[in-house]
Design a protein around this ligand. Structure first.
Ligand code: XCC
Ligand code: SF4
Length: 636
């Protein structure tokens, strides 16, 4: 039996044998032990919604075709899917709520650790939300924007769409979604509605549930969009920054603090406080002071805004600890493996949880509160410095692998770079180059790592193929992490892999923008919630061309998707009109109705549709075919 490689990440490949020798189990060991995985679960035809179950449908047609209550495979698959969407939307939108509440506190003057870093962006948002900010005090504007955002969690009128959904899409898209009855009016209500309609004995109509899937995904979109935009207001809108990625960013002579999770509300303050506590770290013997590094999307957040290096992405989070050089891993919410405290137990590493609703057995909990953010951050840094004193240098193995990575491509940063080419009409150079075919289309890479496939490999393989075909590429989340670690967010990668016309465009823009060379091959747009940055660019292009999003040669790909959040993101990409690839077989194949809807029927309804393809080369072909089809539709 040929064994699939675990990863293409050289740092991980360096450390895995060391882990094995030390008897430390990792995600790949547990994955191997889990095999064979449950076939019913893989197909999505197992139901545990009530205690008459669990029920499972026989996919071969010999055994039961209905659960005890009579639900068939289509109902069960659709219900399982929509509950995943609810999970994803809840995660993203709760993160968004946290940011909105923090902005409200700032507006009210209750959060001394925070301030409004990007006033202009706040005013632009207020304008977009029709809040007439002109002449108003900035704190007043902050309050009004926060409240208008929180309204998207509390509005009771079903007929009024969420502010952040209706003001950020093309008018045509909004009309279409309203007509289909899938525009959310209230994020929380949509999530509650999903839990209700999937309670035993409720919605059994798979197609009706699938429309609910779209609505849930759009609630996810709403929460993500406001999360990104308000984070920029509080912490600054990212601008291009040169930094580094992979485990080689850890430093032997520094107190290494890894910030991991998703929410910048804490990590931003930790970065501030770490700067101030450098001397204390030095006193403790760390010649280089404090070295903050990032993991997963908290890592992307601080990388985009501060140039903090990215240590690693999702699947290799345990390996960061196995270097023996991480003194504290500070986690907030989402995508934190409970396994890390076990690994940390073999070293001196302190795992510090910070959020009351996200604790891990074996971790030290330092509760984080916005009103006393500095104190919490200080305490966390002290725990890290203390742990550093206990570090066993014989156990330190920092892999000598790191890559340069250029990050920080917010929509605003892209517009700024383009305006260096054409100040009056910044979108023109982009659109002209799409129309003349120098840029064939745009691909947005998003989503996670997954043990089902070789870590990072799908991302890199697909990107190299699309680069050859002159496709402009954007990335977020752990996909961005994959590109950063593997050297695709560099100018050298553009030279090495971009097709001639793409290279020429990236070079022209890069040079005008003062980068002394091309833009990187893949533009780092941020964390998972930041996928909406790409929507912002796409909507601007669509509006300028006077077409809807489903006409643009823009595609999305989550080739190593794993989380419920990724399922929600991919689904709203479809709802917005994008051909959207997933490189993992989704757990829906037990229902022909659901599978057909998402891969075919969605196209008629929304313009977007799912492409399921596990072979990365074939996936690249299909994505490029979708781009060409769109070009044909536009007669370009
Ligand atoms: Fe999580 Fe955002 Fe997925 Fe990475 S990409 S594994 S969701 S950290 Ni969003
Ligand atoms: Fe079985 Fe129906 Fe209960 Fe699901 S809801 S566990 S299918 S009886």
């Amino acid at each position: 039996m040929s064994k699939m490689k675990n990863t293409i990440d050289p740092a991980v490949n360096y450390l895995l044998p060391l882990a094995k020798k030390a008897g430390i189990e990792t995600v790949w060991d547990r994955f191997a032990a889990m095999k064979p995985q449950c076939g019913f679960g893989e197909l999505g035809i197992c139901c545990r919604i009530c205690w008459k179950g669990p029920c499972r449908i026989d996919p071969f047609g010999n055994g039961p075709q209905r659960g005890v209550c009579g639900a068939d495979a289509h109902t069960i698959v659709a219900r399982n899917l929509i509950r995943m969407i609810a999970g994803g939307a809840a995660a993203h939108s709760d993160h968004g709520r946290h940011i909105a509440l923090t902005l409200l506190e700032v507006g009210e003057g209750h959060a001394p650790a925070y301030r409004i870093k990007d006033e202009q962006k706040l005013r632009n948002i207020a304008e977009k939300l029709n809040l007439a900010p002109a002449g108003k005090d900035i704190r007043q504007v902050a309050k009004e924007v926060a409240l208008a955002s929180l309204e998207d969690y509390s509005r009771q009128k079903y007929s009024i769409s969420c502010n952040w959904a209706k003001e950020t899409l093309t008018a045509e898209r909004v009309d279409k979604l309203v007509e289909l009855g899938v525009m959310p009016h209230n994020i929380d209500a949509v999530i509650a509605e999903i839990m209700h309609r999937t309670h035993v004995g409720c919605d059994a109509d798979a197609v009706n549930l699938l429309l609910g899937v779209i609505k849930g995904a759009l609630a996810d979109y709403t929460g993500m969009y406001l999360s990104t935009e308000l984070s920029d207001v509080l912490f600054g809108t990212p601008e291009p920054v040169v930094t580094a990625a992979n485990l080689g960013v850890l430093k032997k002579d520094a107190v290494n603090i890894a910030v991991h999770g998703h929410n910048p509300v804490l990590s931003e303050v930790i970065c501030d406080v770490a700067l101030k506590m450098n001397e204390e770290a030095k006193k403790a013997g760390a010649k280089e002071g404090i070295n903050v590094v990032g993991i997963c999307c908290t890592g992307n957040e601080v990388m985009m805004r501060r140039g903090i290096p990215l240590a690693t992405n999702y699947l290799s989070q345990e390996l960061a600890i196995i270097t023996g050089a991480v003194d504290a891993m500070v986690v907030d919410v989402q995508c934190i493996m409970p396994a890390i405290t076990g690994v940390a137990g073999c070293f001196h590493t302190e795992v510090i949880t910070t959020i009351a609703t996200n604790k891990i057995p074996g971790a030290t909990h330092v509760e984080f509160r916005e009103d006393s953010a500095f104190d919490s951050a200080k305490k966390i840094v002290e725990v890290a410095i203390d742990a550093f004193k206990r570090r066993d240098n014989r156990k330190v193995n920092i892999p000598d692998y790191k890559q340069t990575a250029i990050a920080g491509f917010s929509a605003e940063a892209i517009m700024a770079a383009l305006s260096k080419v054409n100040a009056k009409d910044p979108l023109k150079p982009l659109i002209d180059n799409i129309v003349n075919g120098n840029i064939q289309g745009i691909a947005l890479f998003a989503g996670c790592n997954n043990t089902q496939v070789t870590q990072d490999n799908n991302f890199i393989t697909i990107a190299k193929e699309l680069a050859k075909n002159n496709v402009l590429m954007l990335a977020t989340g752990c996909g961005a992490g994959a590109f950063a670690k593997n050297g695709l967010m560099t100018q050298e990668a553009t030279e090495a892999y971009a097709g001639d016309s793409l290279k020429a465009v990236l070079t022209a823009i890069g040079k005008s923008a003062g980068l002394n060379g091309p833009l990187p091959l893949v533009l780092h747009m941020g964390s998972c919630v930041d996928n909406t940055r790409a929507v912002k660019v796409a909507v601007a292009v669509a509006n300028k061309l006077g077409v809807d999003l489903d006409k643009l040669p823009v595609v999305a790909s989550a080739p190593e998707a794993m989380a419920e959040k990724a399922v929600a993101i991919a689904t709203w990409a479809v709802a917005l009109g994008l051909p959207t690839h997933i490189g993992i077989v989704p757990q829906i194949m037990g229902s022909s109705v659901v599978a057909k809807f998402l891969t075919e029927k969605a196209k008629d309804l929304l313009g977007g549709y799912f492409i399921v393809e596990t072979d990365p080369k074939k996936a690249a072909d299909q994505l490029f075919t979708a781009i060409k089809e769109r070009r044909k539709g536009l007669s370009i």
